[in-house]
Design a protein around this ligand. Structure first.
Ligand code: GRF
Length: 194
């Protein structure tokens, strides 16, 4: 039997997507193992979630390093040590640089709360509402050097219909928590059949 795909989840905040992915690995919807949580925010709630789930976590402060290249080289070492095969970004608020992109070429994915290519970058939900867009939604995509520009893997959308921010946000998170594990499972299935 093939070993389960080993993932590292990168997050900077609450970590509800980490939780959804972790839960999916536990109930069999996602045939993978989260072996490491990485955060650039030592106070991020995702660390509490990782602790509860008994998943190893590593937090670092980018300011302690000379450059992005320096901290990414340190991360590659940690990731390789843990046998990580895929990087799963879930609310990680930093652009990925050449060191990680090279080490994990075509094996870094992200989830973004808009129907890309519309509204990349920060506060995508706020951008969607401020623009009066008809549709809100979620995109799972590969990560490249740009800001939310990598190849799209999956999208799901719904009409905004004058709903307030709280409602739109809740719907987006509900979609994210289903779509991320689902699309990762499909991606890993495709990888195994080639
Ligand atoms: C999610 O909306 C995700 O799409 C975006 O950042 C948010 C992270 O939420 N990239 P959480 O920390 O997983 O709760």
């Amino acid at each position: 039997m093939k070993n389960r795909t080993k993932l590292a989840v990168f997050a900077s905040g609450n970590g509800s997507n980490f939780q959804a992915l972790y839960d999916a690995t536990q109930d069999g919807r996602l045939d993978a193992e989260i072996v490491l949580v990485i955060t650039d925010k030592p106070s991020a709630f995702v660390l509490e979630r990782a602790k509860q789930a008994e998943v190893s976590a590593f937090s670092f402060n980018p300011r302690d390093y000379e450059s992005k290249q320096a901290y990414e080289s340190m991360l590659v070492e940690k990731l390789e040590e843990a046998g990580v095969e895929w990087l799963v970004l879930a609310g990680f608020m930093r652009l990925i640089g050449p060191v990680l992109l090279t080490a994990y070429e075509n094996r870094i994915v992200n989830i973004h709360p808009s129907v890309l290519p519309a509204f990349p970058g920060k506060d995508a939900i706020g951008q969607t509402l401020a623009a009066g867009a008809e549709m809100a939604g979620v995109t799972v995509h590969f990560v490249d050097e740009g800001m939310d520009t990598g190849m799209i893997i999956a999208q799901r959308s719904f009409p905004v219909n004058g709903q307030n921010r709280e409602t739109v946000e809740r719907k987006i998170h509900d979609i994210e928590h289903q779509l991320y594990p689902e699309s990762l499972q499909q991606l890993f299935n495709r990888q195994q059949s080639v």
